[in-house]
Write a protein that binds this ligand. Structure first.
Ligand code: ADP
Ligand code: ZN
Length: 754
């Protein structure tokens, strides 16, 4: 405890300085600098910010400099989170400083001036809008789309939004081009304005206080088991419950119990803007004692919430992945809803998995982790099978409502019998029936845009991205073709760029096309579309869901956004327009993703008193993902899938580590990957546990955003050996660092290996 010296990790993301350095705490900062404080220190000729990770009485080196200043307007990072950071850097092979950054509210940067303070988001933000009276914007989009699709896209975005958009959002989140924006400003179509940054979108909304319902016998049994686990020191328990079995009510009871015991609870949801209903339910129960960590919070608001949580003034914290780092003083329970969701794994450094962090944090705090899902990930369920995790099953829906009837339609047969529509006759008939009887339907299509590729009938040319190894998607609303990886946008060709032929055809339906087809078949139907393109604007998602809930929309078309957590009792039909989009991906989780998507989206049907129907359209009607999902048979799916994983040796049979090498030119990427694989093989041979090295090979998507990608996969039952071999491989191959334009990333148990 205490000490005149502080151990500081400087905020410089470089492996060579990624350790602590000793600094003297000057008298004027005595008692202010503590473990977890953010400080300003001299570092070489510069002064840099850093994190205090410990204190000592004796420095490790002879010459020690003074800490210059310490941030006072934010409390220090709690010590348990400093430990989480250390653990993360070892587990996910990231820099310690990257892990420490994850512990503080994002967007807070230490600023040095006369006194140091955290610089948080400005109250005013730079924004742009269409100049009023600059001409008919629809006509502008048309005329610009040929000359400059990038400019047309911006005008279109502003038009859709109907008011100003901040530059940060337009160029950052939405990814439009700065030069196109500047041209629009120069030509007087768009003008710059300052806007005040919006506040927490939930703060203004009233909280409807809800009384807890009486638990069903199954729920009561689940709660009793979870309470017993909580009382005996925590651990991890899987709550495997079919959709609408009342899992959320079980979570709420356990959060309440943790609060009664004077502890705090964290509830993780896949994407908070996609789950407004869930946030409403938690707020309905806990009112103002809920802290909601939302990406739409400004940096200042985020800092305020962080400090409030740190003081213990919030009983329950709700948020996406990074809320697992909420600085609650006494952790009682962490609930992970839809635990199978891929968003719990961060795909940039630090590449942590929130479930693993939750498990580690809870084990230190004696807290309980609840992993809830109707479709647990194969890895999670496997751990419950071998007794590492506990497991509770909720196999019936609330009020004994039946699970929906699922019909699998073989689209090959449809084609043979002359139906060329993207909707089978059965789906059309069911849609007609719902519309006639005033019930609602959801149509699920896991691809946005109008068509996923554009092909020349004469020469077979497919319009592809110049920067990526993928075809461009045609967006009819823009209208333009864009790349879903790098946002490259170009006009739609009317003659083939390769042979000059005029027979350009569109293939592979996306959500826009589904929307149009429904309107064509049922002109009287009110249709809404929910995908990334229609929900860019803040609040748009909530608006679409509200129109659907209040019956102003009959048919909701959407991507996996509609598969998550929606509870609309009058939806009695779900159509999975193509079950095959994920099935054919060259990834070991392709079958699992397909099963999960079908089961989750099917679960949106028949949640009210009327029995639901699900129509699954597929070209692979006998694939086990599809047959088991159509029978709501998780167990049979799991058994087939886990057997396949043990045959191939992928998780959960062994742990997987992917080394991805990317470079501007293919030979550099291939050469570096080859060198890494060779050292890994050499190290693996000398190891006493078996580590398999696969590759080097080009990644399934060989190029993204102009970078060629090669990979080496390592598989081992022992995670330590796996990491050791990979780290040595990268280090000793001489390819480490970013020299020669080669970027190397290591990802432990990646969610996808595309
Ligand atoms: P899940 O999270 O498993 O999908 P929910 O918790 O959303 O299920 O429950 C489904 C529906 O049943 C919700 O509308 C919820 O309000 C309702 N419900 C849950 N538990 C009960 C209960 N014990 N009594 C009455 N209604 C309940
Ligand atoms: Zn691209």
């Amino acid at each position: 405890m205490g000490g005149r010296y502080a151990r500081v990790v400087v905020d410089v993301p470089n492996a060579r300085v990624d350790r602590h350095f000793d600094y003297m705490i000057p008298d004027r900062l005595a008692g202010v600098v503590q473990p977890g404080s953010r400080v300003l220190v001299p570092f070489g000729p510069r002064s840099v910010s850093g994190f205090v990770v410990g204190q000592s009485d004796a420095p490790e080196v002879a010459e020690v400099r003074d800490i210059l200043d310490c941030v006072r307007d934010s409390p220090p990072i709690p010590e348990d989170l400093l430990e989480v950071a250390t653990w993360m850097s070892r587990t996910y092979l990231c820099l310690l400083v990257e892990a420490l950054r994850a512990m503080v509210p994002s967007g807070t940067k230490v600023e040095s001036s006369r006194t140091v303070s955290l610089k948080v988001g400005p109250k005013l933000a730079r924004a742009v809008r269409l100049v009023p009276g600059a001409g008919d914007p629809e006509a502008l989009v048309q005329s610009l789309s040929r000359r400059s699709p990038a400019q047309a896209a911006i005008v279109h975005a502003l038009l859709e939004r109907g008011r100003e958009i901040t530059r940060a959002e337009l160029l950052g989140t939405m990814g439009y081009s700065a030069s196109a924006l500047n041209s629009l400003v120069r030509s007087g179509i768009v003008e710059r304005v300052d806007v005040t940054v919006e506040r927490d979108p939930f703060r203004g909304l009233p909280v409807e206080h809800t009384a807890p319902p009486e638990l069903s016998p199954d729920q009561a049994a689940a709660v009793a088991k979870l309470e017993a686990a909580m009382d005996s020191g925590g651990g991890v328990v899987v709550v495997h419950g079919v959709t609408s079995s009342g899992k959320t009510e079980v979570y709420l009871r356990m959060l309440e119990r943790s609060v009664r015991m004077g502890r705090q609870g964290i509830m993780l949801v896949p994407d908070i803007s996609l789950t407004p209903q869930m946030v409403d339910r938690v707020r309905g129960r806990f009112g103002r004692r809920v802290a909601v960590l939302h990406s739409a919070l400004g940096a200042g608001e985020r800092l305020d919430e962080w400090a409030r949580i740190r003081r213990g003034d919030a009983d329950v914290v709700v948020g996406a992945r990074s809320a697992v780092f909420a600085p609650v003083p006494r952790l009682g329970v962490i609930v992970v809803d839809e635990e199978h969701d891929t968003s719990y794994k961060q795909d940039e450094s630090p590449r942590y998995h929130a479930v693993e962090v939750a498990e580690w944090r809870a084990s230190r705090a004696g807290a309980l982790v609840i992993l809830g899902s109707a479709t647990p990930s194969v890895e999670t369920y496997y751990r419950s099978e071998i007794g590492v995790y506990g497991r509770i099953e909720l196999l019936k829906r609330i009020d004994d409502r039946p699970l929906p009837d699922v019909h699998v339609v073989d689209m090959r047969a449809e084609l043979k019998s002359g139906n060329r529509s993207i909707f089978s006759r059965r789906l059309q008939a069911h849609l007609a029936e719902r519309l006639a009887s005033g019930q609602q339907a959801i149509l699920f299509m896991n691809r946005r845009g109008f068509s996923t590729f554009v092909l020349c009938r004469d020469c077979g040319y497919v319009v592809t991205c110049p920067n990526c190894d993928v075809s461009l998607t045609y967006h009819a609303r823009m209208p333009a073709m864009t790349c879903h990886y790098c946002n490259h946008t170009t006009p739609v060709p009317d003659i083939c760029p390769s042979c000059g032929g005029e027979r350009i055809r569109y293939f592979g339906a996306g959500t826009e096309k589904i929307e149009d087809e429904v309107k064509k078949l049922f002109p009287e139907a009110r249709v809404a579309r929910m995908d990334v393109d229609t929900t860019r604007r803040k609040g748009a998602h909530r608006e679409i869901l509200t129109s659907f809930r209040t019956g102003r929309v009959d048919v909701l078309v959407g991507t996996q956004m509609v598969a998550k957590g929606l509870d609309f009792p009058s939806v009695t039909l779900v159509g999975v327009v193509s079950a095959d989009t994920a099935l054919n991906l060259p990834d070991f989780r392709a079958s699992e993703r397909t099963f999960q998507l079908i089961a989750q989206v099917a679960g949106r049907s028949g949640r009210g008193p009327v029995r639901g129907v699900v129509i699954v359209q597929t070209y692979n009607p006998t694939h086990y993902s599809i047959t088991t999902a159509s029978h709501h048979d998780y167990r049979r799916f799991y058994e087939q899938e886990v057997a396949a994983r043990f045959e191939t040796g992928f998780p959960p049979a062994r742990e997987l580590l992917r080394v991805l090498v990317s470079a501007e030119d293919e030979p550099s990427a291939a050469r570096a990957a080859g060198a890494i694989a060779a050292v890994c093989r050499d190290r693996a041979a000398g190891h006493d546990v078996s580590v398999e090295v696969v590759g080097p090979a080009p990644a399934p998507i060989e190029r993204i955003a102009g970078k060629f990608r090669w990979q080496v996969l390592l598989l081992a039952a022992d995670g330590c050996a796996l990491r050791e071999v990979a780290v040595k491989g990268v280090r000793e191959s001489g390819c480490a660092g970013r020299k020669a334009g080669v970027t190397i990333t290591m990802n432990v148990n990646p969610q996808s290996i595309l």
